[in-house]
Write a protein that binds this ligand. Structure first.
Ligand code: NAD
Ligand code: UD1
Length: 339
């Protein structure tokens, strides 16, 4: 099977390339480097042990996307490409809608023209919305409106794919709803490399550990949770990548629409995360409690039982391994890919 990995130079895409090659799939990797760089591709090629084809392309370019399908024989699209910063999406929502929706639509049109019928989409737990009962399971209806323009692009693309499955005979769409991906490849060669000051917890903590930032600010310690800080379902990025490989079996079964959570089923608090990271890097990391961050939910995690039942997939790596691997990546590459 030949798989087009869009956004394959990015954090989750690069880790998934390795697992796909390990599992024997051919990959064609494509990215426009809006949030990544060629060095990530070079390192991923090395870890894969093959020089897989790479195409620099902006998927909002409908013509270029179509030409990509002329050039390569593609059976399945694994669509990671997208803008993903929640805060930024509130500041420039139109750019987010354009990038994320146009990319999905140009791919779907090119697929239709070239008779490619398999699409695996990077969705997010954010589609469940603020009022969903915990743990989130796949029969929970999605929210009518997500809490950010970013989240809305995920909801909208989910709707587009659901309609495509109804209308196009033989079309398969797998919607994978990720929880909080963290961690890095065990080699320490690839990992998450956000530009500027990170918004998400794990890369922020890693930058404090490596001395690039002074202090962790824990947003809120008065939530109704065991230690007062928020609970999230952190999932190791390599487990997440393996979940994608497992999802290909659903495509092989001609699943039509298949929706699945990729999470561990465990909630971990911000404080627990900071303590686990301190253990990984061998020093107490400085932190202070700060005001709650607008829009944060106190606690959510996945019900992972459907993934186990349907994909035979279970996340195996625990919090300590996630922190150890981030520390390995960050300490080996204090400046990320721009060493
Ligand atoms: P990332 O930014 O590291 O990777 C996305 C890649 O897509 C980047 O390399 C970027 O350059 C590329 N890209 C963006 N727009 C493009 C375009 N128009 N054409 C070509 N390439 C383009 O992000 P990630 O963390 O690896 O996330 C991958 C996917 O998973 C995204 O769709 C994201 O929304 C989704 N997701 C991520 C998380 C998370 O916490 N990381 C959680 C849920 C869902
Ligand atoms: C964020 C996104 C969500 C996305 C998810 C995937 C927001 C509001 N939501 O979720 O849409 O699906 O990533 O990973 O950005 N925290 C601190 N200090 C920090 C940073 C974070 O205390 O410097 C806390 C947050 O308040 C939160 C927890 O750490 O309780 C996790 O935050 P983060 O890593 O940003 O992820 P989410 O907000 O859960």
């Amino acid at each position: 099977m030949n798989i087009l990995v869009t956004g394959g130079a990015g954090y989750i895409g690069s880790h998934t390339c390795i697992e796909l090659v390990k599992a024997g799939y051919n990959i064609i990797v494509a990215d426009n480097f809006v949030n990544s760089c060629m060095e990530a591709v070079n390192r991923t090629r090395k870890l894969c042990g093959i020089n897989f084809p790479f195409v620099e392309i902006d998927f909002t370019d409908y013509e270029a996307t179509d030409q990509l399908f002329d050039k390569y024989n593609i059976d399945t699209v694994m669509h990671f490409a997208g803008l993903k910063a929640v805060g930024e999406s509130c500041k420039i929502p139109v750019e987010y809608y354009k990038n994320n929706l146009d990319s999905a639509l140009s791919l779907l049109l090119a697929m239709k023209k070239h008779n490619v019928k398999n699409f695996i989409f990077s969705s997010s737990a954010t589609v469940y919305g603020a009022d969903a009962p915990i743990p989130y399971n796949e029969s929970t209806p999605v929210s009518r409106c997500a809490s950010s323009p970013y989240g809305n692009t995920k909801l909208m693309i989910e709707y587009i794919l659901k309609d495509a499955v109804k209308a196009i005979p033989g079309f398969n769409a797998v919607l994978l709803r990720y929880f909080n991906p963290v961690g890095a490849h065990e080699s320490g060669e690839i990992g998450e490399d956000p530009t500027g000051i990170p918004n998400n917890l794990m890369p922020y903590v890693a930058k404090v550990a490596v001395g690039k930032l002074d202090m962790i600010h824990i947003f809120g310690n008065d939530y109704d949770t065991p230690d007062g800080t928020c609970l999230r379902d952190y999932i190791h990025v390599v487990d997440l990548a393996k979940g994608h490989v497992a999802a290909i079996n659903k495509i092989k079964e001609d699943c039509g629409l298949f929706v699945c959570n990729l999470g561990t089923g465990k909630g971990t608090s911000v404080l627990e995360m900071v303590k686990a990271f301190s253990k990984s890097c061998g020093k107490e990391l400085p932190y202070e409690f700060a005001a709650r961050r607008t829009g944060d939910l106190p606690a959510f995690w996945a019900d992972p039982s459907y993934a186990k039942e349907q994909l035979g997939w279970v996340a195996k790596k625990g919090i300590q391994e996630m922190c150890d691997d981030v520390w390995h990546w960050q300490s080996k590459n204090p400046n990320g890919y721009s060493n």
